[in-house]
Design a protein around this ligand. Structure first.
Ligand code: PMP
Length: 327
């Protein structure tokens, strides 16, 4: 069954999939652009429908590109891009990690991003900067790269209901084979395989283990678990160091919540009281179960639910410190 849902200035079509009571948006049916959409591409603001790529681009053939996912929020102080500096610094880091030429400043890209939002009349928007490589069929680093900044309205990527997760049969890419900490387009084939496998099996999303069998992350989000009033999250090494993850860690410190970064076994995740995923696109979303084992703590009483509220207040620039400290 299909339902229509209006979100910001776009009308979205959702396929309604009833899976164990969960309502899952078919994100493929979202319109990313229309005839009037403006993107910043190759140094100009142009219509998305008039943007011209090249079929010999190294990025298209080999997944050799880097990108970011950034959100803007309609706050009382106007449209604010959340953690623009951190995202554009990571874009530069990703490009340098894989030798893609990068010649933009964070300030310049932030200004362009605000203009892309404004030209598309987007307030709660999702920005997608992408640095792609020019035509080159060889397996050598490029001499030239191009910048795209697109934006669209995107509801929370994984919805707002508690997620039903499935441990993936695919392992997270190995740090011995890839620059895992960089946001490289080609890495996302691993994410697509894991995410689609979980959906094909009737779950909402995957949990990927790292190459050594420890819990790593979701296809596009970082994992946190709660056990005995302490938060745990997989340590860096086999995961994307998420900007939302870093924000959650900061907020937890501010709220007096103990937080430990370590290798987590699957058994430790199963034994958690509660769990959540976080990421720019997903924001903070609770996990109801993993491999059909439900987390026992009611979500509303979990540290994740508190952090979800506090995170929302932070991105909307509302006073979040009024939430009582948690001992
Ligand atoms: N892990 C992966 C694999 C991701 O793609 C993302 C989304 N960028 C995240 C974690 C979360 O990162 P962030 O909070 O910076 O969006």
């Amino acid at each position: 069954m299909e339902v229509e849902c209006s979100f910001s200035n776009l009308k979205l079509k959702y396929d309604r999939l009833q899976k164990g009571g969960f309502f899952i948006a078919n994100i493929q049916s979202i319109m990313y652009y229309n005839e009037d959409t403006i993107v910043y591409y190759k140094g100009q603001f142009i219509k998305a429908v008039e943007a011209r790529g090249n079929v010999y681009d190294q990025s298209l053939h080999y997944g050799y590109a880097v990108f970011e996912g950034i959100r803007s929020y309609h706050t009382e102080k106007g449209v604010q891009i959340f953690k623009a500096k951190e995202h554009f610094d990571r874009l530069r880091f990703s490009a340098e990690a894989v030798s893609i030429p990068y010649h933009w400043s964070t300030e310049e890209l932030t200004a362009i991003s605000y203009e892309v939002l404004q030209r598309n009349n987007l307030k709660d928007g999702y920005l997608r900067p992408l640095v792609s490589c020019a035509p080159n069929m060889s397996l050598t680093k490029p001499k030239q790269s191009e910048l795209l900044i697109a934006a669209w309205a995107w509801p929370a990527l994984l919805g707002e209901k508690l997620l039903k997760l499935k441990t993936s049969s695919y392992r997270r890419i190995s740090p011995a084979s890839f620059k895992v900490e960089a946001k490289v387009s080609g890495h996302y084939v691993n994410s697509i395989l894991a995410s689609q496998e979980a959906r094909d099996l009737g779950y909402d999303e995957a949990l990927l283990l790292d190459i050594n069998g420890y819990a790593a992350e979701g296809p596009g989000s970082n994992l946190f678990i709660e056990k005995d009033r302490v938060l745990y999250t997989p340590q860096l090494g086999s995961i994307l160091p998420g900007i939302t993850r870093a924000t959650i860690i900061e907020l937890a410190h501010e709220l007096g919540i103990e937080i430990i970064e370590k290798q987590l076994t699957l058994q430790e995740v199963y034994n958690a009281n509660s769990a959540f995923y976080c990421g720019t696109a997903a924001e903070v979303v609770g996990i109801g179960s993993l491999d059909d084992k439900a987390f026992p703590k009611p979500w509303k009483e979990s540290l994740g639910a508190t952090l979800q509220k506090v995170y929302k207040n932070l991105v909307l620039q509302k006073e979040y410190r009024t939430i009582e400290k948690i001992a």
